[in-house]
Design a protein around this ligand. Sequence first.
Ligand code: ZN
Length: 491
Amino acid sequence: MTNLIVSSWIPVRSTSGIEQISFQELLISDAPYHLALPRDDMELATLQLLVSLVQVVAQPPSAAALRQRAQSPMSEAEYGELIEGYADSFDLQHSSKPFMQVTDPKAKETTPIQKLFIGLPEGNNHAFFNDPGEITLVCGSCAAIALFNQASNAPGFSGKHKAGLRGGGKLNTFLSGKDLRETLWLNVLHSGAAKELLPDADNDVLCWESPIAAGERITAQKIGLRRGLFWQPLRLKLEATELDAPVSCGHCGLNTETAYSGFWCEADFKFEVQGLWPHPHSPRCWNIKKQEREKERYLSFNQLTPGWTQLNQYALSYETAKDGNVRAPVIDQYEDVFLDQSHDRMVLLVGGYANKQAAILERRHELFSMPMEWQSNKGFLERAINAAIAVKTALRGRAYYFGKETGAQIHEQAERTYYQQTESLVHELLKSFSNRKEGRLVAESFLDQCKGLARDIFEELSRPYQHSPEGLKQYAIDKRSLNSGLRKIEL
Ligand SMILES: [Zn+2]
């Protein structure tokens, strides 16, 4: 059995190897634990689940209390007080209110457990090229994490199944601390920040204790933080078997005596959420048309471009004449509560899935480390990123024209190469802000490198076509145009 408050279920790496520890051990110990799961997306899902769990049972009453929590472990007595009354709420096999499940889904047959592991092919997700049936039995820990991840981050199983509160395939941003315990607290909102985020919330009961009703119309702003973090879009129930002898879990490999093999899930369970819920881990963006905001949405990865092209959206909140963005509320809070205290840098963890309807196309997991001086250089960071994207546009455009005249299909290759090679330049840019106070110089040198890269890539890819007189002539024209295009790009 797995009870998230009581059992040892958190897979961590410690000085003594990989083990499963309890929630209590994690919060009261000063051992430097780190999550250890076989897949990066499941690891991030575990972090999100733990952050949400801490938010529910141990929301700090003030910014000062939050800082204190991040600094040192709580005592066993404090832990005991906080979790009082919660053990019943996070039990995967509770008889009347099982964690993130219902007791009576209307389903004729069970679905294999593998379907809960996003991207595995039990259904139509073939993105990761595993064989069907690879995961047949899992332990309670993996079942709980997969259940939470599916409900929070996956697209719907099909048109008959609702996706999570944000829809599927939205990215999450978190702060990363020196170990797991500190990381959790960096991502938990204190009461004041929570109240500010959702001033009109009037229902904060966990979904499995007060289920969403079929056909219900729900105003997003009325959903409380705890209810929203553990939103339960499906009516499903896990199928568990108690075994005489332990088996090895098909996901994490640890031995378990309770094996989860599948789940019952109701089709056509419908309800409607109106508006966008301000998810604490999600940046949101919008377009501006005729000075009005439109198409407000949660940020997703753009499948064709690397994560850094969206760095401004993870790290900053801004509005221009064309579009706008707010970063995730936990990032906002970090700047208010932690920076300038004991933290001299901001390490962003970004992860999620890119999907097309029910199919998962890819999963991503990225880390951006920003030094303290980033604070005073925000404007330069924003402009440097925008300029680097503009360089890409100029390069691709010129490569396309060159191809039109010479038959060279090089524009896509040019874009891909540019993206690959700028990745390390961006991380270098972030680091350089800490070495030199002069943000403008750092950003200008970065931009010069991006331009140099664009020139090199154009040169390289067009070279095989420069042997013919027409190709050589066209090369000279486009090289000139590229240079003049690049000159116009400034910070
Ligand atoms: Zn497992």
